[in-house]
Design a protein around this ligand. Structure first.
Ligand code: ADE
Length: 240
């Protein structure tokens, strides 16, 4: 086992591993469960200013990353026979989902290109088979933070990273539902008690209460998930 291999292409390599160097992901990085290589895209520019961008064809504001520079950077870390998926972080991508995260975690690794400026020349997307991925309907200043989000979500699923903490399919999104609320001690907090069913010791009743709460919160907050869940046949839903 050589571990999950992540290669990130960015003009800010110093942003990595960043938060992924501490806690569970950081320990897994140190132990070799996964590896991270952040490559400076500017190293593949050819002019003395190390230019990676130019003005958009057709006019308009901002700058666009050049395909020739990006191609050299990608080819240096991910040759043609690399089986790892290649992602481009961009707000115009397909939304990241937990099934996609699970799929990535089950593979050999990932190559992530972090977009900056107004975007990247679209020819690189086609020529290097980049899957455009968004982490949500808002605009970040670049793909770096989005890449950290993808890697955080993936690394926690790698074997041995979470240990006992893996909530498995009861956590939010794993069963297509949001999670039920959680409680712990003290039994009485500012006059509020823990729902009595949770301290009853009746495991079947606890499971039923949690399922009911998960359905309720999903319907209230995420009509999109509720719709998808309701459409599924009982056999395709999680047990319980
Ligand atoms: N870059 C800028 N905004 C982004 C987003 N929402 N998702 C992924 N990459 C981005």
């Amino acid at each position: 086992m050589t571990g999950f291999r992540a290669s990130v292409l960015t003009i800010y390599p110093e942003m990595f591993p960043g938060p992924l160097g501490i806690s569970l992901a950081g320990r897994a990085l140190q132990s070799g469960t996964w590896s991270l290589e952040a490559t400076q895209i500017r190293d593949f520019a050819t002019d003395k200013h190390r230019t990676v961008d130019d003005t958009p064809a057709g006019g308009g504001p901002g700058m666009v990353m050049r395909p020739d520079v990006l191609a050299r950077a990608i080819d240096a870390v991910s040759p043609a026979d690399d089986t790892r998926p290649r992602l481009l972080m961009t707000p115009r991508g397909r939304p990241l989902t937990q099934p996609r995260v699970r799929e990535l975690a089950g593979g050999p690794g990932v190559v992530i290109l972090c977009g900056r400026f107004e975007g990247v020349d679209h020819r690189i997307v086609e020529r290097r088979g980049l899957a455009e991925v968004s982490i949500g309907d808002y605009v970040l200043s670049g793909g770096e933070v989005a890449a950290l989000v993808v890697l955080d979500a993936v690394v926690r699923l790698l074997p041995g990273v979470m240990g006992n903490h893996t909530s498995g399919d009861t956590e939010s999104h794993e069963a297509g539902l949001l999670e039920h609320p959680q409680y712990t001690r003290p039994a009485l907090f500012e006059g509020e008690e823990i729902p009595p069913v949770l301290t009853s010791g009746d495991h079947a009743k606890v499971a039923l209460w949690r399922k009911t709460e998960a359905l309720k919160v999903t319907r209230e907050r995420r009509p999109d998930l509720w719709e998808a869940y309701s459409r599924r046949g009982p056999g395709e839903r999680d047990p319980g």
